[in-house]
Each structure stands twice: as structure tokens, then as C-alpha cells.
Design a protein around this ligand. Structure first.
Ligand SMILES: Cc1cc2nc3c(=O)[nH]c(=O)nc-3n(C[C@H](O)[C@H](O)[C@H](O)COP(=O)(O)O)c2cc1C
Length: 196
């Protein structure tokens, strides 16, 4: 039977978690604006399943536009289980109750930071100084002194990356690693072996 690469990622994640992999909840997103060099950054990998790879991102951030224009690739690396995955696909909004669930898990400061992007300044824009930034956070904290008092910012978005293309790298002790490219079509997943 053909391999379901998403099921494989889900199973590998369980193995990586059991092995104490420090990156089990992380991924790397590379984007391009179509001109200069790519931008690359780590993100929390919220959940993984047939629904896709769940991410929480501020729509104020520079990665938002290229992500939605399809100019990106997402990488997952779990060294403990000798796996790398490179994923491309389409994006779909995370259901509201799921975004709310992740919001509930955030600590006070993290919520204030998300609110900062909405109320004060977009993520990744320059500030006058670290002190000026902290003063802005303190002002938000005075208005919203407890986690529950912080409203969920409109620009905080949950998205699922629904894979259409997954390259799985399976590390092999003989160094002749196994690379497979999975491409999704209406008929299911097509699998190709790649030169490692
Ligand atoms: C381990 C780790 C996890 C992170 N998780 C997130 C995340 O879930 N969402 C997010 O927007 N930024 C996250 N960041 C910050 C991003 O790496 C990045 O600095 C920020 O999103 C701004 O990126 P941009 O300017 O390219 O949009 C994380 C950073 C690290 C080191």
C-alpha cells in the first residue's frame, strides 16, 4: 500500500517526542519576496495531522504575505529519529475554537506581545530602543493586568498548511540516505525516489 506521508510525519513526531527531541514542536519557515535572498525563521509547530501543519502567526509580520503568495517552504528537522521533511502546500484558516485553544495556552507576556503587534507596532518593525518597547508592553499590561484581561488580537491568525508536496529524508547509518518526494493529486499521493 502507498505510504501516507502525513501519517508518517505524525508517527515520527510521536517517536521524536518519546526520544526527547528538542525540536519536536518547532519548524523552520523559509519565504521569498521574489527579489532578494530568502527570509528564514523558526516557528512553533502547533499540531500535525490530516488537517495540515498548524501555525500561529501575526498577520502584521513580514512572513505573512509571501506565505500567502505560495513563496515559501517549511522544514521540520527531528534529529532523534533521523528525519527531515520539506513541505509545500496550500493554506487554510485554523478553526476559531482551535485558535482560541492555543490563545488560552499562552502566558500573559506572550499575549501582551501579540496585542502589541495589533495596538502599537507591527511585528519586526524597528523601535527606538528596547526600553521604549518595554514601556509599550508595560502600558498594555496596565490596561490588561491579567492574562484573561488581554483580548485576542485580530491580527493573530491560526493557519493550517495543507501539504501538497512533502519531501521526506530518512537518515541511514550507511550515509546513503533515503529521500522520497510525495506529490498529492486527486488520485492520492505519488511517490518518487530522489538521489540523496
Ligand atoms: C523556537 C522559536 C519558536 C518561535 N515560534 C514562533 C511562532 O510560533 N510564531 C511566530 O510568529 N514567531 C515565532 N518565533 C519568532 C520567529 O522566529 C520570528 O522571529 C518572528 O516571527 C518574526 O519573523 P518575520 O520578521 O520573518 O515575520 C519563534 C522563534 C523561535 C526561536
Amino acid at each position: 500500500m502507498a505510504v501516507d506521508p502525513i501519517a508518517e510525519i505524525v508517527a515520527d513526531r510521536e517517536r521524536a517526542r518519546a526520544a526527547g527531541d528538542p525540536l519536536v514542536d518547532a519548524c523552520i519557515l523559509a519565504t521569498s519576496d521574489g527579489h532578494g535572498p530568502p527570509g528564514v525563521r523558526a516557528l512553533v509547530l502547533r499540531d500535525v495531522g490530516e488537517q495540515g501543519l498548524g501555525l500561529l502567526i501575526s498577520a502584521s509580520s513580514p512572513k505573512w504575505e509571501p506565505l500567502h503568495s505560495g513563496r515559501y517552504e517549511l522544514l521540520i528537522l527531528w534529529q532523534t529519529v533521523h528525519r527531515q521533511y520539506r513541505v509545500r502546500g496550500s493554506l487554510t484558516p485554523m478553526p476559531e475554537d482551535r485558535v482560541e485553544e492555543y490563545w488560552r495556552r499562552k502566558v500573559h507576556a506572550s499575549r501582551l506581545l501579540d496585542l502589541y503587534y495589533d495596538r502599537v507596532q507591527a511585528q519586526s518593525t524597528p523601535v527606538d530602543s528596547r526600553e521604549a518597547f518595554m514601556a509599550g508592553i508595560d502600558t498594555l499590561r496596565q490596561h490588561h493586568p491579567t492574562p484573561d484581561a488581554v483580548p485576542r488580537p485580530a491580527l493573530l491568525r491560526g493557519i493550517y498548511l495543507v501539504p501538497g508536496r512533502i519531501e521526506i529524508w530518512r537518515g541511514s547509518p550507511d550515509r546513503l540516505h533515503d529521500r522520497r518526494l510525495f506529490t498529492r493529486s486527486a488520485a492520492g499521493w505519488r511517490e518518487q525516489v530522489l538521489v540523496p
